[in-house]
Design a protein around this ligand. Sequence first.
Ligand code: SF4
Length: 172
Amino acid sequence: MLSGSEKHLQIMGTQINYYFICKTKLWFFSHHIKMEQESDLVSMGKQLHQGTYQREKRDYTIDNLISIDFIKKGDLLEVHEVKKSKKMEKAHEYQLLYYLYYLNVVKGVQKLVGVINYPKMRQKMTLEWDGSREDEIRELTKEITSLIDGDLPKPIKTPACRKCAYYELCWV
Ligand code: SF4
């Protein structure tokens, strides 16, 4: 059992992503109300991965907290995520920054770089990791922990609601 001061070390990549999409969604997910498996978006995402990067070594799960789409090893260890569109760019960016943080700060892996791949758009975004954002990511994990420990945040209607698995819990 983790102490209160260590709970922020148990944040999942998905929770980082949801923090930037919707705090109500983050709270539902974190309280084990998990309906996302039924979402068409998730299965579309899986098909996208299967069809696009079959030659890469894929899907590394670490401590049941982070799940990396694939890695490449060169001078730097490249940590890759594959995304469908740039609609949730900030969520994607921070999820990957958290992976880099976790690998570096918690696991002691050095010389990292993150890459977000948008195969449908034939674009990539590279995120350097030099430790300068370590404090920012640590504070983010603490903020998420405190949000989860609080009451259910009031839902706010956004375009993301339309395809959200929790729609009925919020709006019906
Ligand atoms: S339906 Fe909308 S408000 Fe409710 S959890 Fe989903 S994204 Fe958030």
